[in-house]
Design a protein around this ligand. Sequence first.
Ligand code: AMP
Ligand code: MG
Length: 325
Amino acid sequence: VLPAPNPQIMLPDAAALQTAVALLQAGHCVAFPTETVYGLGVDATQDQAVAALYALKGRPSFNPLIIHVADVAQLEGLVVLSPLAQLAAQRFWPGALTLILPAAPTCPVALLARAGLPSVAVRIPDHPVALALLRAVGRPLAAPSANRSGGLSPTTPLHVAHSLGVGVPLILAGGKTVLGVESTILDLTTPQPVVRRYGGVSLEQLSAGLGQPVRYQASVADATPTAPGQLSSHYAPQKPVRLNVTTAQADEAFLLFGAELGLRGGAVRLNLSPTGDLYAAAANLFAMLHVLDATGCSAIAVAAIPPLGLGLAINDRLQRAAAPR
Ligand code: AMP
Ligand code: MG
């Protein structure tokens, strides 16, 4: 007995690509094959779309995402390409290598997709369907693996459908992925290039391709919320952060959520979402933290955020920001 056809899964013909582009432009997610694993893509320039992606994956935290582009020309205005980055691009793209690069001053990638960081992780995937989609949409796509958080990385369209269910409106089919492991992540924002995650391209291949030794060094304590000052891959405000505040001090900046009834004080007040919408709050989180951090206030006071859905990831990020340093 053949399994019932799944209307979410489409062969990547011209009509399917057109549907995918329309969905992405409207801020929805589209799953697509790459040579590593299936990716869950959204328009990386739309904060709300990125919030929807985190919600669909059920991620309990906001990790920065890998931004996919069709060609090096699409990186113009996105990142700063050093000569070493250009060499890596020439040797390894399209391919299973992600480069962490300084964001360009005009970088349109949503702060939520980079978790507030001044750097961006970018890659050109080596898969005809991924490249056709990226060219058709003409925008950078943020695309983590197309599975629920904690699940196995998907290597077939059915894996994606089973893991994400009806939440993903379209899965472009491209057979089984060739590599089945994620891309290697190479950090080029450090004085020496360092690999942050092992993946499809080996240390030996990198060393040979770049003409210099490349070593592995994990970013410090990504998982411990106790020491955000040490986290090389997470943004934390400079100012102290105080959580679950109902009355802010006169010299504090106050980050609010929902109706402001009973929330008093603060020299500067910004509301993540006056209507209590957690998607909007996630979309605004990093931009508002940056703004409040740049004020002359002594600290950032934050109102309580409900620990539900995207609120879990928001609270995770705020707890890291508030941990003693
Ligand atoms: P995923 O897209 O879920 O396969 O994983 C993305 C990986 O890239 C995570 O381990 C991130 O921490 C890492 N990453 C993405 N952007 C950056 C960045 N700007 N700085 C450091 N690490 C990053
Ligand atoms: Mg994954």
